[in-house]
Write a protein that binds this ligand. Structure first.
Ligand code: C2E
Ligand code: MG
Ligand code: MG
Length: 560
């Protein structure tokens, strides 16, 4: 389009009369350029290609005929998008077929009817401009590959159209991309993305597509390939892209093989992408593996996760979750001084499930807070019953997830339950796991203060599992320090015993009691006693017990 809004049409025709006629038909509405043969036309098109909206092309011409012209144009990427209308004689069906094969968009028949010519030209230009607008909307501006939505939409369509074909949906992740942006500048980052898109696109076959689905993430859909082929492609991407950045930049790919089963094919492309990304997560820190595959184990994990999520609501409603109690014994008297409430899921078909199987899933889907509330209430119910039975009560610790603290009324809910069942606040301890307060320390600190105000005691769980931060012991006011099993299990060398010594003396100095978790042997008990540890919770004394068994245990140990 020129400044006045007029579009330009190129007429390539060796016959002067025909050329002038076409020109006359169009020149009211268009700027008209003329060429006498294909070669001349090609020169004009090469020079003004971006200005030319359409070519009218004769077939039989000297120097370069219409077929040769079309071959040249279609194999030159910068020109290939220009629509071509071929001018033919009335009876040349073979010509038409030949032209269509070579990519002609439409025909006009000689002798020319001016109305027909004008409409064909108008329509074709309009159509092409509309579709190139769609092209822009569908493509990622920076890299030219499909954008996220269009990629997913097309991927689903392609898979639907070929139900018997196995596909692989592959995601790529550029680790160190932030580094490139920060150190080499955004320009280099953009270049890296464009090149990644180009390299992938260059490796695709027909009916295979690539899209940019996030900042530095690309996804592509290809017909199913061997592992080796995927590994080779990943190696190729790394070779092509990361050279100048050395080991700082690494491309990892994850492959999800769709299979052809109904259930798998019903997944959305976005869900398949998530799976491919999970495969990347698994190999993220493996330095010798850049291509990961979503495999049967991950499939089983996901199926299990689905089972858990599908059944959790019903389980809560039917009270399939039960409170187990693991006694804590004081090392001075040897008597039970408390217990930890641990959840067990008694599933009608699967039997008893340990929390390690489902708590991580509940943490991720936030169901954990409802379970924790349920546990808290059931502990209150048990304590109330034992109190009524005249059994000497010991404090019960309940585990709190970090998500519990995110609820603004968490502490007041516990307080309400405590009043409802008439339990003393000192009988309820809240265990906060070590990793929780490293995430959101201000919120946790406020919660601990609130709990203290109400009269609850707060224990720091799992101390020594890797997040250990002695400074935070001083900043947060825990009443009890629970030493993780890992610390107790490693009491072989003098050095290890010294560490334990050190931790216990700090706890004493900060006025905290210490509970050692997971002691199993007489020897461990003796060492812990010698170091001044307050209590032990471990198989040496007892495994976690059902409510009924714990009731009997208390009666026996307290000599009733
Ligand atoms: P935790 O709070 O550190 O609980 C201690 C875990 O160590 C329990 O595993 C217990 O059975 C186990 N244990 C205790 N003594 C020994 C021993 O001598 N040897 C061995 N090998 N293990 C011992 P469990 O019951 O499987 O619980 C695992 C984790 O699940 C708990 O770790 C806790 O973080 C979480 N959890 C359990 N119940 C709940 C709950 O109701 N709510 C929340 N948020 N988390 C819970
Ligand atoms: Mg605990
Ligand atoms: Mg623990």
């Amino acid at each position: 389009m020129d400044d006045t809004g007029r579009r330009t049409v190129l007429i390539i025709e060796d016959n002067d009369i025909n050329r002038e006629m076409l020109s006359l038909i169009l020149e009211n509405d268009y700027n008209v350029l003329q060429a006498e043969n294909g070669r001349e036309g090609l020169d004009i098109l090469s020079e003004h290609g971006d200005r030319i909206s359409l070519v009218l092309l004769d077939i039989n011409m000297p120097v370069m005929n219409g077929y040769e012209f079309m071959d040249e144009v279609r194999s030159t990427p910068s020109l290939a998008h220009v629509p071509i209308i071929v001018t033919t004689s009335n009876d040349a069906v073979d010509d038409e077929i030949q032209c269509l094969k070579k990519g002609a968009s439409d025909f006009v028949v000689k002798p020319y009817n001016s109305e027909v010519v004008r409409h064909r030209v108008d329509n074709m230009i309009h159509l092409r401009e509309a579709s190139s607008l769609i092209q822009v909307i569908e493509h990622d501006m920076l890299t030219g590959v499909l954008n996220r939505e269009i990629f997913f939409w097309n991927a689903e369509r392609i898979m639907r159209d070929a139900p018997d074909q196995d596909f692989d949906l592959v995601c790529t992740d550029i680790s160190g991309f932030k580094f490139v942006n920060e150190v080499y500048g955004k320009e280099e980052g953009d270049r890296l993305l464009r090149q990644n898109g180009r390299e992938i696109a260059g490796r695709l076959g027909s009916g295979e597509i690539v899209g940019r689905i996030g900042g530095d993430e690309f996804a592509f859909l290809v017909k199913h390939k061997t592992r080796e082929a995927h590994e080779a492609l990943t190696a190729h991407l790394n070779e092509a892209l990361t050279g100048s950045f050395g080991s700082k930049v690494l491309i990892k790919t994850g492959v999800y093989h769709t299979g052809t089963s109904r259930e798998e094919r019903d997944l959305t492309a976005a869900a398949m992408c998530d799976r491919a990304r999970q495969a990347i997560d698994i190999i993220k820190n493996r330095y010798n593996q850049n291509c990961g595959f979503f495999d049967d184990e991950m499939r089983r994990d996901l199926e299990f996760e689905k089972f858990i999520t599908d059944n959790m609501e019903q389980a809560l409603a039917e009270e399939q979750f039960q409170v187990y109690y693991q006694p804590k014994h004081r090392l001075d008297s040897g008597l039970p001084g408390g217990a930890e409430a641990l959840v067990r899921w008694i599933h009608p078909e699967k039997g008893m499930m340990k929390p390690g199987l489902f708590i991580p899933i509940f943490e991720a889907n936030r169901f954990i807070s409802r379970l924790d509330y349920y546990m808290y209430e059931h502990v209150c119910m048990d304590l109330k019953r034992w109190k009524e039975m005249g059994i000497p009560l010991v404090p019960v610790s309940i585990n709190a997830s970090r998500h519990d603290f995110e609820q603004p009324d968490y502490v007041s809910q516990l307080d309400d339950l405590t009043h409802k069942y008439g339990i003393d606040h000192e009988l309820l301890h809240i265990e906060v796991t070590e990793s929780a307060y490293t995430d959101n320390s201000v919120m946790i600190d406020n919660c601990i203060s609130e709990l203290h105000e109400k009269g609850f005691r707060v224990e720091l769980d799992d101390f020594g599992t890797g997040y250990s931060n002695l400074v935070s012991l001083n900043d947060f006011h825990f009443d009890v320090l629970k030493l993780d099993m890992g610390l107790i299990r490693k009491l072989g060398t003098d050095r290890e015993k010294n560490i334990l010594d050190f931790v216990i003396s700090i706890a004493e100095w900060l006025n905290m009691e210490t509970v050692a978790e997971g002691a199993e042997s007489r020897e461990e008990i003796e060492t812990l006693k010698a170091k001044g540890c307050t209590s032990v919770q471990g198989y040496y004394y007892s495994k976690p017990l059902s409510g009924k068994d714990f009731e009997a245990y208390l009666k026996e140990k307290m000599n009733l």
